[in-house]
Design a binder for this molecule. Sequence first.
Ligand SMILES: [Zn+2]
Length: 256
Amino acid sequence: MGIYKAEAVVLRSRVYGEADRILSLFTKEWGKIAAIAKGVRKPTSRLRGAVQLFSHTHLVLYKGKNLDTVTQGETDEDFSFLQDDLDRLATASYCAELVERLTLENQPIPKLFRLLLAALRTLRWGDPVLVARVFEMQLLPILGYRPRLDDCVVCGRKRILGPDSQETGPSWFSIEKGGVICPDCVPGTHGARTVSPAALGAMAYFLRTPLDRAVRVKLTGGCNAEIASLLRSFLAYHGEVKPRTWEFFDDLHNTT
Ligand SMILES: [Zn+2]
């Protein structure tokens, strides 16, 4: 014991001391771990590439009391292209922040590891706004917060989604109860809000379609804003998170 291997994505990296970095890693085998990479800011460091922000990497670590130490690393996929585009970088930072805040140390969630990698890979070509929306949506069932979209969360009455839908007006959604509500149950439900059929249809599509395919959908700005607002409230309520990157996103999109 003491030395172990891990396949990891670097979620966060901050400078420490004269030449070190402290990393938050999301590993396939061990979930989230905190580790130190010593001497990595020296130009001669062999670890440098392997512990770059967002790198998908194979590491050898040494178990420590508080922090584990990265002793070897080999980059599998380099996501440094993200540094060249502010919108892509913001989405990657956002996905990493959600993973960091919504998971516990030493709790492996292989599905989430694959989802994070799919998001980073899709950011090479996909619309970063859509990558963020689909990532948020697909994160929810993995963490046990799957929103119920096809029947009323209160009485169970079925509703039909998609192109065959008979519904033309808005539907109702309850953040607290975690899904759609039928008109009959609205009066008795605290905090019910309306949601358009287009937004509901897109959310259901995001839940059942692989990320790299789901991001090809065309979404109007209004529909994106509606889903973003609903998922923010959902994540804040069920995941108890308010990511710092939300403010950054707002600033970014208000100025462009
Ligand atoms: Zn109902």
